[in-house]
Design a protein around this ligand. Structure first.
Ligand code: SF4
Ligand code: SF4
Ligand code: SF4
Length: 204
């Protein structure tokens, strides 16, 4: 992850709370959407592990109060993720149309969206695991679909001693030591740091 990654979570609080009085802060989400759409084309879900304020909030704020349980496999299913994506986009589109183009009201739609999704991330993160929301977040699903095969993590089987230290530190609870495609890898690099034999690396 980047040096700035642990500090980005504060932006979630600013937009979700201060945005209720200053709706223009909601436009920050448009910058987030645009950035993740571009980066996902080249590096899959890299944005999630390095630049997303809510990802940082989940790891470094919610991580302090989580129960650290196993994330239910059903939440990774496209049968949940795609309908949720369509539902949220449809609802946001409907809300945006009802603003009649008023600048402050458009900003407020994004602020409310941020507040609602942050609340879900907080509750699921505290009761299950910090990145629970990130397993089915519509913006994570979009990045998975656009660039899930890009910048893959590779295991050098000749160096791997199957200690599974990589699995233990993965915030997305992936089976890191398996040399399979991992479209939901958020490229945080924690597994690479934890590996005692330097068996892990991202493909160029
Ligand atoms: S899954 Fe969503 S909330 Fe989580 S880091 Fe990615 S974009 Fe941010
Ligand atoms: S931490 Fe490294 S050596 Fe251990 S299982 Fe993972 S890849 Fe293999
Ligand atoms: S596989 Fe490694 S880089 Fe990917 S999310 Fe898990 S710990 Fe981070």
């Amino acid at each position: 992850m980047l040096k700035i990654t642990p500090h980005l979570g504060i932006l979630v609080i600013i937009v979700s709370i201060a945005g209720l009085w200053f709706p223009l802060l909601g436009y920050f989400l448009m910058l987030v959407f645009a950035t993740l759409l571009v980066t996902s084309y080249f590096r899959g879900r890299w944005f999630c592990g390095n630049l997303c304020p809510r990802g940082s909030f989940n790891d470094f704020w919610v991580g302090k109060i989580t129960r650290n349980k196993k994330i239910p496999a059903i939440l990774r299913s496209y049968w949940i993720r795609i309908p949720l994506f369509l539902l949220m986009m449809g609802f946001m589109g409907y809300r945006l149309l009802s603003t009649q183009g008023l600048i402050n009201q458009i900003g407020m739609v994004f602020v409310i969206m941020c507040l609602v999704t942050t609340t879900i991330a907080l509750v699921t993160g505290a009761s299950i695991s910090p990145r629970t929301w990130c397993t089915f977040c519509p913006m994570g699903t979009v990045q998975n679909i656009i660039g899930g095969s890009k910048y893959q993590l590779k295991v050098d089987d000749s160096k791997c001693i199957t200690c599974k230290k990589c699995d233990k530190v993965c915030p997305m609870q992936l089976e890191v030591h398996n040399n399979s495609k991992k479209p939901d890898c958020i490229k945080c690099g924690r597994c690479i740091t934890a590996c005692p034999t330097k068996a892990l690396a991202f493909e160029a």
